[in-house]
Design a protein around this ligand. Structure first.
Ligand SMILES: Nc1ncnc2c1ncn2[C@@H]1O[C@H](COP(=O)(O)OP(=O)(O)OP(=O)(O)O)[C@@H](O)[C@H]1O
Length: 688
């Protein structure tokens, strides 16, 4: 039913946003109009709007929005969307709201293609660079809010073409230059506060009903003094730093309106006295007004917590119980008085946190409230702790089958890195030169898995973010194919480094091995004790410990235990890593600890966990090694001979003690990973 272009566009938008839980939304296919996907508006078979304001969305907009066939409204404001604004925008757009996100980069020049646009809000983001000179064709644009970003540079000349503009908010940026370009616009509401604009203010702007301009260098206009008494130039239309001259007038008439003919002043002393008196009076009035403003602000700061978006009339719930707004210390601008749809009495009574329904952007803003303006308040930014993966951190990217085919040279043999229980791993190079490892899952592995299950798995794996765990870069779910795209680890596996690759083996000094053990222990500690939800690896072995460019440990296959075939426990035992309790079918955190002990044994002895080529009694490393761990002579004889005695026997002995604890037959006696981390950390600190 839904136009196939719209399905394609919304699928990829969903992927880019990191497939958050949105009712109905799918990464591939579906019928948004027929199935009534959350926030999707349709007319017949076309998507006309996507409204997901304050929906806790993360991810990015790295997507070709231009694919939407006839969308007129996109409202993704007040979320946690990062990255930049895509340049390919739907030319059918009339309202485009992205305010209150984490957007970076510059405003795309392709704005110029949006000839139907009436409302655009990009405020409260981290946009930088100059405002593009893209307004020539935007003749319908009525409301534009770019406030509270890091925009710089002068006003682009094409802004003078905004013949329908009534509301323009540019406050809280670092914009420079003069304002001449705005002087003939039909503005009713203009806010340019807290920028670096220089004067003079074009007189026409002073006639705008709702004009706010303070916090710019031109706000301090120096009243000229008679040359006889002061050597200052008569006219000071240039920007001046505040406080230079004792006679300062804030937001008064521009200097061009002040008397500046020195001859006139000289000849008419009484005029001068009148000016001084008038000036003094103004200063007194302004001081009194300023005091009122401060009192009002202070009162509001105490009572109101609201994020402003004058076009969207949406106030975020900032209560500490709202998980999307954990406590933090970043400063964000909070506007207490710009919610045009709110009647004044509501604003004044608004002592509590509240959420207001979406309203269309106003065309006629009300008069400003006394003391309104930008209040800077500390606001929570989502923070990431080991146990709390916030929504706006990097989500895995969607890759199409076609693109992966291209990057892996059609999954060629030359690109094949290895095969495992779940499928094959290929090396791939992305267009930006980044090398990744593509794990192509066997269809048999996922026979029972629905697309939703797979996406749930991708989501969980992507949340596992730790220095010693291989990061998930992306995924593919298309045409029945399912693939994981991981960071590529250049130095292969610890298994190969210890047992096959002589070049890397040479680099594995005793100290390096203790460090590798420590890093691997930290990865398991994270999985067992910190991540959410906790993870039992269930396939921990030296072949799943990858080594990056600097020979740091990156444990792989984390969070994939649910994909493993039922035979995996016997396979793990066959490889020499399986704990005794696996025989009774139970696999617990302690079983991972046992496997970790076996990896430590490999590091100590340089032997494989299971080696068919050894005499019968030596094939299983653990059986051969355990009786020797507490005999100092036997221990020194079992150390990897390639280490050439370059270690302290005390260090070896401590290492052996930790192994003994890990490989105990009774799972409950094995230490938790955090204890092992502490022991290994202690060894590295005292440089044993
Ligand atoms: N991110 C990566 N970077 C570099 N090489 C990798 C990466 N992931 C896997 N490999 C390589 O691909 C091989 C196969 O990996 P895979 O995880 O599929 O199987 P495995 O873990 O070795 O075996 P199994 O799945 O049976 O336990 C690995 O041995 C490793 O050499």
């Amino acid at each position: 039913f839904t136009d196939s272009r719209d399905i394609l566009a919304i699928n990829s938008l969903y992927a880019a946003l990191g497939f958050p839980p949105l009712v109905g939304w799918l990464l591939a296919g579906g019928d948004p109009c027929l199935e009534g996907w959350q926030g999707v508006q349709c007319l017949n078979s076309n998507i006309t709007g996507i409204v997901l304001n304050d929906a806790n969305l993360g991810g990015e907009l790295v997507v070709n929005l231009g694919t939407f066939a006839s969308i007129t409204q996109i409202d993704l404001s007040n979320n946690h969307i990062g990255g930049s604004i895509p340049s390919n925008l739907p030319v059918t757009l009339k309202t485009f709201f992205l305010s209150g996100n984490q957007l970076t980069g510059s405003i795309p020049e392709s704005l110029s293609t949006l000839g139907l646009l009436t409302d655009l809000s990009l405020n409260n983001n981290h946009l930088s660079g100059a405002i593009p000179d893209s307004f020539q064709q935007l003749l319908a644009l009525a409301n534009l809010d770019l406030s509270a970003n890091n925009l710089s540079g002068p006003m682009p000349p094409s802004m003078a073409r905004l013949s329908s503009i009534s509301t323009l908010h540019l406050e809280d940026n670092q914009l420079t230059g003069v304002l001449d370009v705005l002087q003939d616009l039909p503005l009713i509401d203009l806010d340019i506060e807290n920028n670096l604009f220089s004067g003079p203010i074009p007189p026409k702007l002073l006639g705008i009903p709702n004009f706010r301009s303070k916090g710019n260098p031109f706000n301090t206009t120096i009243i000229p003094s008679p040359p006889a008494e002061s050597p200052l130039p008569a006219s000071t239309s240039e920007a001046q730093p505040p406080g230079i001259n004792p006679v300062i007038q804030a937001r008064g008439p521009s200097s061009s309106e002040l008397p500046h003919s020195s001859g006139q002043q000289k000849s008419n002393m009484s005029k001068k006295v009148v000016w001084i008196a008038v000036g003094g009076f103004f200063i007194l009035v302004l001081l009194a007004l300023g005091l009122c403003v401060r009192m009002s602000k202070w009162y509001k700061e105490k009572s109101t917590v609201k994020v402003g978006d004058h076009m969207k009339s949406s106030i975020l719930n900032l209560s500490s119980s709202n998980p999307s707004h954990p406590k933090g210390n970043e400063t964000q601008r909070i506007d207490s008085g710009r919610h045009n749809s709110l009647p004044r009495s509501n604003l004044e009574e608004d002592q509590k946190i509240q959420t207001i329904s979406k309203n269309p952007p106003p065309t006629l803003p009300p008069q400003p409230l006394a003391g309104e303006g930008v209040i800077v308040k500390p606001v929570a930014i989502p923070t990431t702790t080991v146990g709390d993966i916030s929504k706006n951190i990097h989500f895995p990217r969607f890759f199409s089958v076609a693109s992966l085919q291209h990057y892996t040279n059609s999954f060629s043999q030359e690109n094949l890195i290895g095969n495992g229980m779940l499928g094959s791993v290929y090396k791939a190079e992305l267009p930006n030169g980044k090398v990744v490892a593509v794990k192509k899952l066997e269809n048999a592995t996922l026979r029972q898995w629905s697309d939703e299950d797979f996406i749930g798995l991708v989501s969980n794996v992507s949340k596992l973010q730790n220095d010693n765990i291989v990061g998930l870069e992306g995924y593919c779910l298309e045409h029945g194919q399912r693939l994981f795209i991981y960071e590529y680890c250049k130095n292969g596996t610890l298994h190969d480094a210890l047992h096959l690759d002589e070049k890397i083996h040479e680099k594995l000094s005793w100290n390096a091995r203790v460090h590798l053990a420590l890093q691997a222990a930290k990865a398991l500690e994270y999985l067992h004790e910190f991540c959410q939800p906790l993870v039992v690896h269930q396939n921990f072995k030296s072949a799943n410990i990858l080594l990056d460019e600097e020979l740091n440990v990156r444990v792989s296959d984390c969070g994939l235990a649910s994909l493993l075939p039922s035979s995996y426990t016997s396979q793990l035992q066959g490889l020499g890593y399986g704990a005794p309790e696996l025989e009774s079918g139970s696999y617990t955190y302690q079983s991972d600890v046992y496997s970790f002990g076996i990896v430590m044994l490999e590091l100590l002895t340089g032997r494989k966990a299971f080696d068919r080529s050894k005499p019968r009694g030596e094939q299983y490393l653990v059986r051969w090694a355990v009786p020797r761990l507490h005999d100092i002579d036997a221990l020194s004889r079992m150390v990897d001979p390639s280490l050439d005695s370059a270690y302290s026997s005390k260090s070896i002995s401590r290492f052996a003690d930790i192994i003994s604890l890990c490989v105990q037959a009774e799972p409950e006696f094995r230490p938790p990973m955090s204890e092992i981390v502490q022991n290994l950390l202690h060894m590295t600190k005292i440089n044993l």
